[in-house]
Write a protein that binds this ligand. Sequence first.
Ligand SMILES: Cc1cc2nc3c(=O)[nH]c(=O)nc-3n(C[C@H](O)[C@H](O)[C@H](O)COP(=O)(O)OP(=O)(O)OC[C@H]3O[C@@H](n4cnc5c(N)ncnc54)[C@H](O)[C@@H]3O)c2cc1C
Ligand code: SF4
Length: 477
Amino acid sequence: MAKQPMLKFISVDRVMPEKRGADKRREDFHEIYAEFADAKAKEQASRCSQCGVPYCQTHCPLHNNIPDWLRLTAEGRLKEAYELSQLTNTFPEICGRICPQDRLCEGNCVIEQSGHGTVTIGAVEKYITDTAWQEGWVETITPARERAESVGIIGAGPGGLAAADVLRRVGIQVTVYDRYDRGGGLLTYGIPGFKLEKDVVMRRVKQLEKGGVTFVLNCDVGKDITFDEIRGKHNAVMIATGVYKSRDLQGPGAGANGIVRAIDYLTASNRVCFGDTVPEFESGELNAAGKRIVVVGGGDTAMDCVRTAIRQGAKSVTCLYRRDRENMPGSQREVQNAEEEGVKFEWLSAPKGFAGDPVTSVKVQKMRLGAPDATGRQSPEPIEGAEHDEPADLVIKALGFEPEDLPTLWNQKELEVTRWGTIKAEFTSGQTAMDGVFAVGDIVRGASLVVWAIRDGRDSAAAVLNHLNAAQAVAAE
Ligand SMILES: Cc1cc2nc3c(=O)[nH]c(=O)nc-3n(C[C@H](O)[C@H](O)[C@H](O)COP(=O)(O)OP(=O)(O)OC[C@H]3O[C@@H](n4cnc5c(N)ncnc54)[C@H](O)[C@@H]3O)c2cc1C
Ligand code: SF4
């Protein structure tokens, strides 16, 4: 009988791919984790306990068939592992890199709950698909037949691209419009290279282009082309525009020079990494080199800003967050990475005001956690008299994002939105209040995750297909 390759979690310890030392990784924007060697990927996959009811799969937004592709990896059947993994995930190598696995698949791994350390699901998923690219197993999209119908997708982020992939595979003519000059959305211009190297994203954009998806870039819908024009050109439209309105800081001096938005700062840095000329970076406005940096916020965006500032050669980097470490929204893994790289965290601290123009310091108000609010989360409240000045040459606001007012910007009163300004769309299908108009990703959910945008894009593409098929059936009657 063949030797049992799985359930090795008792004899094999959990090992992540090697992480580069903090001193080395501070010097560049390359990813910080190496790739698994083949034997290590096999060994780590073999730790899976092959649960009958796999909680990892249930808690993966894409319901990836994790135990099966782990088993195939452990058996050395990598091509089959890849084929299975790409059936449910459009961009497995991207999710493997940047999903907050500790909150999703790995956070629900049963062997972790029995004290053995979770299977390194994300790292194996990345390994499988990176290998598939290397080996030439990732095929060009070639629809069996072309269809006449066309779909216009506004937004080339993960939501829009996942939908484009599904629709193109069945021969629909797909055009993706984006106001940026490159596809990828926040994968390209938000998330820094040390979490997700840009050639990984560009490779996917090229795959779609090669497969016949048309990209219309540098095209801001509402300015360069109207929403009505797009609707007139296509049989269905999908809105996948994400959320980009930054929440603002309050307090005296909050409008001073030297206080900048995280999205501008990260976009400039990503552009510089592409080799683009970025005047705001050259002038120092969005460059941390030699400066004392204060980042305000405790989410993933704040973590990306502090770690970018370190790599740009900041003199010091301090992160202010109004709650404590346990109650921050950002991933604990990223806080640990940031601390290793030299970031100082001031927990239970909020900015009360700013001195100087350009800014020279932040007045920091110390906080404590008070009674829980309606959501059950403890509200931070100021401790009277507990304040100090934190010197700062550049303050980066990373307080979260809200949707832009699309019905007004696009002059579409029929496009219904929620009280948070996100587009009202049916669960799963993404159908909006307008016939033939669908919406996916952050513009529906509010700021969320890449894996959820992919899920929405895939689900909604299936609904768009139903819509097109129904229209075709009516036309044929
Ligand atoms: C700094 C940062 C770090 C993050 N880190 C992580 C992480 O580690 N893991 C994770 O899972 N998630 C992370 N996220 C969240 C994740 O990036 C988003 O949830 C995801 O990208 C949403 O996908 P989307 O397709 O809905 O929108 P987006 O990725 O925002 O793409 C929307 C696209 O629409 C375009 N667009 C907008 N308006 C128009 C218009 N009027 N005309 C034409 N084009 C338009 C934009 O240019 C953009 O390209 C992070 C977010 C940020 C900001
Ligand atoms: S897509 Fe994300 S949540 Fe799902 S298995 Fe991969 S890393 Fe885990």
